[in-house]
Design a protein around this ligand. Sequence first.
Ligand code: ADP
Length: 468
Amino acid sequence: MISSEAAPFAKTGGLADVVGALPAALQALGEEVAVVIPRYGSIDLKNARRVWENLAIHLGPASFPITIYQAPAEFPVYLVDCPPLFDRKGFYGDSAMDFPDNHLRFAVFARAALAVARLLFRTEIFHCHDWQSGLVPAYLRTTFASDPTYLGCRTLFTIHNLGYQGLFPKAALEEIALPPEAVYRPEIMEFFGRISYIKAGIALADALNTVSPTYAREIQTPEYGFGLDGALRARAKDLTGILNGVDYLEWNPEIDPLIPARYSAENLEPKEICKRRLLEEFGLPPEAAERPLLGIVSRFTRQKGTDILAEAIADIIAEDCYLVALGTGDAEYEEFFRRMQRDFPGRVAVRIGFDNALAHRIEAGADIFLMPSHYEPCGLNQIYSLKYGTVPVVRATGGLDDTIEEGTGFKFADYSGRALFEAVRTAINAFADRDGWRQMMRRGMRKDFSWKTSASAYSELYRRLLGR
Ligand code: ADP
């Protein structure tokens, strides 16, 4: 697997959770899996083993010296170390902007991953994730097309989020040493006068998938296709949707060491303790314990429905409820959350930051989890919420639509503040019926979205690709 993130080494979102957990689930099915990620500045090499030194990646006239480390994990995790490119604060940029050499960083990364396959881990399937590994199929189809090392290898490209595309000026082609006559074509990686790394993956991988069946359909429409719906429709017969699993060793209120009290479907009482502590931690008044507490853990971006939340928040709070939110993201949306806290003091409390333990405490302490996403390829937090008995209110899109059903949560279709508010009000009314609510919590808690099912689907897809 070639990815820009893998938990616990490097994580900004769901991609890292998937690449951190799916390999172990595949191993349990008898597959041999290794993962390649960049070695960012934040990854400590103290416990890593140096497994290859002085590897030179040549891109045209330029040469990049690489060291490959192997990190301690259940499966081989290879870290591509190239300090001038990756030893920085941030994976893709700082809060102000993307790094200006991302085209080069993820070209060198793709080539280094191919070198790992040549030197360290005999590979049959290159499973690539998102735009950062989109050049892997491109180099295999061009630079290495007749290289015996990769003969018979197949590629799978998984789309975790179509909204991030890796768009660069055409001139970058020279720096990344891809032949323009082969790739600068509208059916390959040309995208309105620029080059698109995600389009390279879409056009050139042997098979494609995305992380839920509904999102696989949605991205073939103009509304959700980000200009790539045509490219995706052209590959419709090679495109499937496989729902992500979740790691119940990490996200399970029965054993979670990060929450103040452990509870289960059979013993819900201790969840009250989690709620009270959460209210204290966020400085909300004790009387809030009697009222519904809404929770949000999210990247603060437009994708996550921030604008309809802005429309609905006053009406929501008027229902006599409370909201806690944790997230980081775009400056304007971070500011929106701060403003909400100022506008509704004692009702809305916000933490800006990335804090895994706090994410767990919110899952455990809230009554209702909000995900009003504009689009959501799979979404993990709503699945965690089911497990924590924190009833999700979600927009019926992508993986949210595939994982939440009547009886375990509340869905709304229209992307509007009105529709969001109506769904929240329905949930708040349901909350008043304590017995009914507990039944709903229990139904969600008993749902099983563990990796086993997804891993089997991937394993089957690999086998089909290899013609077995
Ligand atoms: P996305 O990948 O679009 O960000 P997902 O719901 O698929 O959304 O995955 C988000 C993951 O990142 C979850 O594991 C969630 O708990 C975590 N996460 C997101 N924001 C934060 C944050 N500010 N602090 C801690 N964890 C976060």
